[in-house]
Design a protein around this ligand. Structure first.
Ligand code: APR
Ligand code: ZN
Length: 270
């Protein structure tokens, strides 16, 4: 599955170190979390302009609370059931062996953290965290609390008042007076500057960028491979299809991440 020339390059790259990963939703599909685009993608069933955009979410809460309740139940039921797959575990092994400098991820499913990776830059936030809308204070949303929230939402008879009341139990008011919301980046919102700076720091020091399971159509993350390339890094795409930047890559490995990543680990096991 890994072409010989690519395997030779990978062995050399991992021996030299300075390998960084950029991951997208494709790495979590085999953990049961649908990707956003492509067949069966989340955005086929839910309009991102409504469900991944703050104005859209506010309007849906007002006009069609039952739809928002259904989206939250669908979204969190899948995320809560998901466990790291062999691709996540291979990256965790690489970090433990000291041959992976870090992961920059667009994913909010916390599966890299669950797999044991510590050097993870979450550019789009984390669905298990809430953030105060004013003072930005962070709080973790424990899994059992989230499970309880889903159960309570299921029981609500599509009433906006009851939905608001239920959500305010799980997204409480901060002691600064403002309200907490899920700590993820919605369309049109700025990426967290501290994380973005950390991502660039990884790329300034990177000789090989593995781009794993991303269509690379969402900005500004889609500019990061270009940035790395301009700094002299080699780009290796691991994807079961072409992405928007396949032609920019130096090597392309076509296949499922849960098979390719463990094979890369075996190939480079120095
Ligand atoms: N193995 C390898 N690649 C896969 C697999 C798999 N099992 N399953 C899916 N893929 C690939 C698809 O071919 C596609 O290129 O993963 C990619 C998923 O693309 P998207 O769904 O667009 O996900 P991503 O690139 O992470 O989206 C970026 O868009 O909606 C926003 O904020 C959201 O972070 C997300 C961002
Ligand atoms: Zn606050």
């Amino acid at each position: 599955m890994i072409p010989k020339e690519t395997a030779d390059y990978l062995r050399h790259a991992f021996k030299k170190g300075k390998v960084v990963c950029l991951t997208g939703a494709g790495i979590s599909v085999e953990s049961g979390i649908p990707a956003f685009r492509g067949k069966g993608g989340l955005w086929e069933r839910y309009d991102p302009q409504v469900y991944a955009n703050s104005q859209g979410l506010t309007a849906t809460l007002k006009m069609r609370p039952q739809d928002l309740g259904k989206f939250i139940i669908d979204f969190y039921s899948v995320i809560l059931k998901a466990r790291p797959n062999p691709a996540h575990l291979a990256l965790s092994e690489m970090e433990k062996k000291g041959i992976l400098s870090g992961i920059i991820t667009q994913n909010i499913d916390n599966l890299h953290g669950q797999a044991g990776n510590r050097n993870v830059v979450e550019l789009h936030g984390n669905a298990f965290r809430i953030r105060c809308m004013s003072c930005k204070k962070l709080m973790t949303l424990e899994k059992d609390r989230l499970q309880e929230m889903i159960e309570s939402l299921k029981g609500i008879r599509h009433s906006r008042i009851k939905l608001l009341k239920a959500l305010s139990r799980y997204f409480p008011r901060c002691n600064c007076g403002s309200r907490y919301r899920i700590d993820v980046v919605l369309f049109g919102e700025m990426l967290p500057q501290k994380e973005l700076a950390l991502a660039y720091k990884h790329l300034d020091n990177c000789e090989t960028l593995l781009i794993i399971g991303s269509s690379l159509v969402v900005y500004p993350v889609a500019t990061l491979p270009l940035y790395a390339k301009e700094k002299g890094a080699k780009l290796i795409e691991i994807n079961n299809e072409k992405s928007a930047l396949s032609d920019l890559c130096d090597y392309r490995i076509r296949g499922k991440v849960s098979e390719v990543l463990p094979e890369i680990l075996k190939t480079v096991d120095v």
